[in-house]
Design a protein around this ligand. Structure first.
Ligand code: SAH
Length: 226
């Protein structure tokens, strides 16, 4: 299945906003760490509802923010949520970015990078468009150590790359990035019911839910373009 076929349906169902709400728990901390300076040009890969591009302009004073997504309906929704002329949304693919060499100051991605058909190629493509010293803040909830996320692949028709901490760092280096930091950011906002309420519809035990949200949360890998 294509990105368009899978995610256009998600956008039509309003799942773009559902993801924004959940992902914001940790995405806001990632965005808060980015070294964006006033007037910078920034990019969000796999933007969904487009919240990150809006936030980078509003809260971090970026001069121009692009959100890129392979699903035209996601882009259409994202455009409808803002009238800020400095924020733009484009349909495009991670493997071939519609931007000139060294034209982007900083890039962000949340819960999207692992859908790239060729993840190392996608990192090389990002390196091409980032200016020297530019950064890529890559955030994922689906990774090897966070075992309670592994079943997600069963519900998605696009192949997802399941890397562990080391594989993320190795791939960044293989694509020519320096790795500036790697960290896990806990989700402290998803509500975890008391032990007596388990099992729930989604969780067998409270321990498993605590592990997924409070211990593993979101894996952040930060690359710097030399
Ligand atoms: N970042 C958003 C959306 C995550 S869902 C959030 O945090 O809520 C992942 C998004 O990545 C989807 O909108 C999907 O269309 C997009 N995507 C997946 N593979 C892609 C690819 N190869 N090229 C461009 N976009 C892609």
């Amino acid at each position: 299945m294509s990105v368009r076929a899978e995610f256009d349906d998600w956008a039509a169902d309003g799942r773009d906003k559902g993801m924004e709400k959940r992902h914001w728990h940790t995405a806001k901390h990632v965005l808060g760490r980015m070294p964006i300076e006033t007037g910078d040009t920034v990019l969000d890969l796999g933007c969904g509802s487009g919240y990150a591009a809006r936030a980078m302009c509003e809260a971090k004073d970026a001069g121009r923010a692009y959100g890129l997504d392979g699903a035209p309906e996601m882009v259409r929704n994202a455009r409808s949520y803002t009238d800020d002329d400095n924020v733009g949304y484009v349909v495009g693919d991670f493997q071939s970015l519609p931007f000139a060499d060294e034209s982007i100051d900083h890039a962000f991605s949340m819960e999207a990078f692992y859908y790239a058909p060729d993840p190392v190629g996608a990192l090389e493509e990002l390196r091409r468009v980032l200016r020297p010293g530019g950064t890529f803040y890559c955030a994922v909830n689906y990774f090897e150590e966070s075992e309670h996320t592994h079943a997600w692949q069963d519900n998605i028709a696009i192949e997802m790359t399941l890397w562990d901490y080391d594989q993320y760092r190795e791939a960044f280096r293989e694509a020519g990035f320096h790795v500036a930091e790697q960290d896990t950011i806990p989700d402290r906002e998803t509500e975890i019911p008391p032990a007596s309420e388990f099992p729930t519809d989604d969780w067998e035990t409270r321990e498993a839910m605590v592990e997924r949200y409070r211990e593993y949360g979101t894996l952040l890998t930060v690359g710097v373009a030399p």
